[in-house]
Write a protein that binds this ligand. Sequence first.
Ligand code: NAD
Length: 262
Amino acid sequence: MSQLKGKVALVTGSTSGIGLGVAKTLAAQGASIMLNGFGEAAVIDGIKTEIADEYKVPVSFNGADLSKPEQIKNLVEATVKELGSVDIIVNNAGFQHVDLVEDFPPEKWDAMVSVMLTAPFHIVRHAMPTMKKNNWGRIINIASAHGKVASAKKSCYVACKHGMLGFSKSVALETAETGITSNCICPGWVLTPLVQNQIDANAKNKGISVKQAEVELLSEKQPSKQFVTPEQIGGLAVFLCSDAAAQITGTEVSIDGGWTAQ
Ligand code: NAD
């Protein structure tokens, strides 16, 4: 299990949910890991130690707030300084806000765009010189089924995720003659804190149990009626890093239990 030995992966938003699952799956293949995200210091220390001990790879953490461009520059520089390179980028950090467009707080819109769309731009632009020098790189953008189709009350999230697909394609064209690829992964529902918050809010609003709200959420969109797991998304990321995927660039891969087939 050392397909990625010697490669350095920067995974944003990897203190929780999908990012954490992807970081562990890349580490399991031998990649050195730069963790990023919010959380309690003791919990983050625990994650660092767990990954380093279990997979015997170097692990660093940088708590850059991705809404702050100068902290993003520092995150990419710290990755190269502490781990020796930046070969794999997983643009994953994100969050949700649900509101009708006329009620959508403008400051929430700006905050979402800065973390989910502008931060990936800064990360890629800072990492690109290293990737071009190495003539190898994997840019993996965690978009969403909402990068391909919409839902009501999620105007900003849907705009960011559609935007991420466009950004990713443009970077793919710019790097098409190099060993760098740029792609999106489009997950359906994954049971992480981001989705649990929506399930809890639906349960409260409708006066139903959390379990019932979970079943309703899956039934509405995801034909498999099962959650995608962070580990399955990690497995797809590992595939996109492989030689078999060297000609896969400028596209998106859905992992959504059939959501966008409808
Ligand atoms: P999560 O809430 O479990 O994790 C989000 C991560 O992003 C956390 O580590 C958090 O600390 C980090 N983060 C948020 N704001 C940040 C900031 N300003 N700076 C640095 N880090 C920040 O959520 P998740 O469900 O694992 O979502 C991860 C990504 O996957 C998001 O981009 C989300 O849109 C996408 N996604 C999630 C689902 C799902 O069903 N959970 C489906 C499709 C796509």
